[in-house]
Design a protein around this ligand. Structure first.
Ligand code: YXS
Length: 264
């Protein structure tokens, strides 16, 4: 497959820094099944070759970092749209389990599942064009428990609720103030700033960083849930992805028209 056909472009710098550049601009870097499979395969290749830091980015000056989950790949109804084996969920876990920091280098707007991807990265660095918008309520999607935990952990409960309940974008300055971005830097400094941080990380003990990252993961994802709570969450979410609102929202997006929600 030529680079032009690939959803991502891949390069390795200084033998230890891996860079994945989103390359599906015609679809605003929407995260399709093939796109996400390529990201996961690339992360595994990086792991095997000893890459210690990974940068996820769009092309320079991209207006859209990623438009989120590819809506065309979402089930039309009666199937969990963000189940454990969903390609996006598998990719988020691959990012969490990569044995070194994954840095989201953000230019442009970040939508829906791509926000979760950026937030699941260990570090996020953006320029003033970056913005973040959580869209499940626009698409009738009952987001999932691990995704909600990512947001609560990153920005706190109140801001996470505002993002999900309003589906309104958060601009770069506010994202930096809230900790959604670790750093907000000028557009012409973004790549050099990100690479300098990646080189700094790659110069340190990879073994120590790998173990510290895994401790962060297990400590933040541990939520003892009574079985009854787990089953109730499953039933609540099934009600939504079996609803008219969900299937109507997906159909409306594909037909490029506003959805007509009925609340059922
Ligand atoms: O008509 P063509 O074939 O040129 O394709 C159009 C769009 O249909 C396509 N596209 C997408 N295709 C699949 N999934 C997407 N998420 C997606 N977004 C865009 O890309 C082509 C160009 O789109 P267009 O003309 O709208 O570009 P634009 O520059 O005017 O506007 C860019 C956006 C990103 C503002 C606009 O495309 C947009 O609003 N996209 C949808 C953003 C969104 O709602 N994402 C959430 C997806 S669902 C998801 O992530 C989770 C399930 S959840 O919602 O739960 O978080």
């Amino acid at each position: 497959m030529s680079d032009e056909d690939r959803c991502i472009l891949v390069e390795t710098l200084d033998q230890r820094i891996g860079m994945i550049t989103f390359n599906r601009s015609a679809k605003r870097n929407a995260l399709s099944k093939a796109f996400l499979e390529d990201v996961r395969a690339t992360l595994e290749g990086f792991r095997q070759s000893g890459v210690r830091v990974v940068i996820l980015r769009a092309a320079s000056a991209a207006r859209v970092w990623s438009a989120g989950h590819d809506v065309a790949d979402l089930p039309r109804g009666h199937v969990d749209p963000l189940g454990y084996d969903d390609p996006l969920e598998m990719t988020l876990r691959a990012v969490q389990r990569f044995p070194g920091p994954v840095i989201a280098m953000v230019t442009g707007a970040v939508w829906g599942g791509a926000c979760d991807l950026a937030m699941t990265c260990d570090i996020a660095i953006g320029d003033p064009t970056s913005s973040f918008c959580m869209t499940p309520a626009r698409l009738g999607v009952p987001y999932n428990a691990s995704g909600l935990i990512h947001f609560i952990g990153r920005v706190g409960l109140n801001i996470a609720k505002e993002m999900f309940f309003t589906a309104s974008p958060i601009d770069a300055q506010r994202a930096a103030n809230l900790g959604l971005l670790n750093h907000l830097v000028e557009a012409d400094e973004l790549e050099s700033f990100t690479l300098a941080m990646a080189r700094q990380i790659a110069s340190l003990s990879g073994a120590a960083i790998e173990v510290i990252k895994e401790q962060f993961r297990v400590l933040t994802m541990t939520r003892p849930l009574p079985v009854e709570t787990f089953e109730r969450i499953h039933a609540l979410r099934a009600k939504v992805y079996n609803s008219h609102d969900y299937s109507e929202a997906i159909q409306a997006f594909l037909e490029k028209r506003p959805p007509r929600f009925t609340g059922n």
